[in-house]
Design a protein around this ligand. Structure first.
Ligand code: ZN
Length: 271
C-alpha cells in the first residue's frame, strides 16, 4: 500500500488486460520495456482517504489505532490479486493526502470523514468532482462522509439525515437488490451497534437501494433505515454505505468488507 509505483501515463495505465498482456509478450520478445512499466500497466488504483481523527480520539483509537483508512484498506487486500493497488491517504498529509498525480491516477476514491469536513479545501473538492463527473472516477462515501463536501457536491442535495443517535441501537441490514454487483455474496446480516441515521436521507433517488435496514432502538421499538445506495453522476459511479461509526468495529466485519470488495470494482471506470 503505497504510492510509489511508477505510472507511465493515463493511456498506458488504462490499457485493457489483454493489451497489457500483449505488451508483456512484446517485452519478452525483446522490445525494450521496463518491467515496472508493464507492472503499472495492469494495475488499477483505489485510494482510501480518512481525516485522521479516528486514531486520535480516545473512544475510537481503541478500535482504529491506525485510523479508518487503514482498516478499510486492509479489507481490500484480496483485490491486489486482481491487479489493484491499494493506497491510504489522510487529511493530515501534504496536499490533504491527495496530490494531483495521485488523484489523476485513481480509479476509485473511498472517503471517511466526520469532524473535519470543513477543513477539506474547496480546490481539492472541485478536482474530485471533476474526476468523477467528467472522467469517470468512482467515489465511495461511508457513514458520516454523507456530509463531506465531495458527496454533497456530487449529489447536489443537503445529504442530511432526519436524525442521528448513537444510543445503543442495533441494526439488521437487508439485501434489497440481490442482483446488484455490490450485493454479491452478501446475505442479510446484523450489526450489534450502529449510530442510527433516521430516514429520510436528503439525496436524489438512487439507481438502486441495494441495502436497507431495520434499526432496533434500546427501548425495543424499530425504525427503517437506508443502508447502501448508488447513483451514476456524470461519467462516474457513486456508492454510499451508512454504517461505519468510529467507535464500532464495522470495517473489520466480513460482511462489510465483502461490500467494499464488491463496491470498488463496481465503481471503477469501465474499460
Ligand atoms: Zn458516527
Amino acid at each position: 500500500m503505497n504510492n510509489n509505483s511508477f505510472r507511465p501515463n493515463l493511456s498506458v495505465s488504462r490499457l485493457p488486460r489483454r493489451a497489457a498482456l500483449g505488451w508483456g509478450v512484446a517485452a519478452t520478445a525483446g522490445v525494450i520495456l521496463a518491467p515496472s512499466v508493464f507492472a503499472a500497466a495492469a494495475k488499477r488504483k483505489v485510494v482510501v482517504w480518512s481525516e485522521g481523527t479516528a486514531n486520535v480520539d480516545p473512544g475510537s483509537k481503541k478500535v482504529y489505532p491506525n485510523d479508518i483508512n487503514t482498516a478499510i484498506a486492509d479489507g481490500l487486500k484480496p483485490l491486489e490479486a486482481d491487479g489493484w493497488e491499494i493506497v491510504t491517504a489522510s487529511l493530515t498529509q501534504p496536499n490533504q493526502g491527495i496530490s494531483d498525480d495521485l488523484l489523476n491516477s485513481t480509479d476509485v476514491l473511498i472517503w471517511w470523514g466526520h469532524k473535519k469536513h470543513g477543513d477539506v479545501k474547496d480546490e481539492l473538492v472541485n478536482k474530485i468532482v471533476k474526476r468523477v463527473k467528467e472522467e469517470g472516477m468512482g467515489y465511495i462515501a461511508t457513514h458520516s462522509s454523507h456530509f463531506a463536501k465531495p458527496l454533497k457536491r456530487l449529489l447536489g442535495t443537503p445529504c442530511s439525515w432526519r436524525e442521528y443517535k448513537a444510543d445503543g441501537t442495533s441494526v439488521k441490514i437487508i439485501v434489497k437488490d440481490p442482483t446488484h454487483p455490490i450485493a454479491k455474496g452478501v446475505k442479510d446480516f446484523s450489526l450489534p451497534k450502529i449510530e442510527r441515521y433516521g430516514n429520510p436521507f436528503a439525496v436524489p433517488k438512487p439507481e438502486s437501494l441495494i441495502f436497507d435496514g431495520i434499526y432496533t432502538k434500546p427501548d425495543g421499538s424499530t425504525a427503517p433505515g437506508d443502508m447502501g445506495m448508488c447513483w451514476t453522476i456524470g461519467k462516474g459511479r457513486v456508492f454510499y454505505f451508512t454504517p461505519g461509526h468510529e467507535t464500532y468495529d464495522d470495517y473489520y466485519r466480513p460482511e462489510v468488507r465483502q461490500i467494499f470488495l464488491n463496491a470498488v470494482p463496481w465503481a471503477a471506470p469501465k474499460k
